[in-house]
Design a protein. Structure first.
Length: 215
């Protein structure tokens, strides 16, 4: 997976592989502050993605409302903390390793679309390379590929692009607004995390990817 990570490092951050820098550590004051008050990932994110992160709660509420209106209240409740907006716990760091991951799409961008879709388990990987952390979905027809940035005590920020179908490498971050992705990495239990992707470009109003260490 070095090729994919190298692409993200080179294109998303503007560094060549030989000039990669360590991801910035945030001071305690910045960690305790509102996410809008500190820097870091904002220097890399597009304006569209900064807006996605800024409006994450509104996106989540709209998605839940749409799903409930289409008869999926029981489906949402069955997922428990996974689909509860305020369920994030302290220490969001996602350790390096292999993960099982599954995607839930909540709400629909079209009037006739499905309000809730839950997919089965696929494979994801978190890797460290030259001080940076990457998150890659290895299987499935829609595969987020990107970097994880520090933010505050309860979340990290994911910035990346969407790899589709049989594509072998991701598009440049910032070159196609329909492929750019931004989300929140949060811990929601012991050895359980989620990647929350508000306002995705396709299909849903919110995507939530559950991550658990592979057995």
């Amino acid at each position: 997976m070095r090729g994919r990570t190298t692409i993200i490092l080179t294109l998303a951050l503007g560094f060549g592989l030989g000039a990669c820098k360590t991801m910035p550590a945030i001071p305690q004051a910045a960690a305790d502050a509102s996410p809008e008050d500190s820097g870091g990932w904002r220097a890399t994110a597009t304006e569209q993605d900064r807006a996605r992160i800024r409006n994450w709660y509104d996106s989540w509420e709209a998605a839940l409302a749409d799903a409930r209106a289409k008869g999926h209240t029981a489906d949402l409740a069955r997922e428990g903390v996974l689909l509860q907006p305020m369920a994030a716990l302290p220490n969001p760091h996602l350790p390096e390793g292999e993960y099982r991951c599954r995607t839930i799409k909540v709400g629909s961008q079209g009037r006739g679309g499905l309000g809730y879709i839950a997919y089965g388990w696929f494979r994801c990987r978190v890797s460290a390379e030259q001080g940076l952390w990457s998150l890659i979905k290895l299987s499935g027809s829609q595969r987020p590929v990107g970097l994880i940035f520090p933010d505050n005590l309860k979340r990290q920020i994911f910035l990346g692009t969407l790899e589709l179908g049989d594509e072998g490498r991701p598009v440049n971050y910032g070159s196609d607004r329909m492929r750019d992705m931004a989300g929140l990495v949060e811990r929601i239990g012991d050895n359980r995390w989620r990647l929350v992707l508000p306002a995705p470009a396709y299909e849903s109003l919110l995507d939530v990817i559950e991550l658990a260490p592979a057995a």
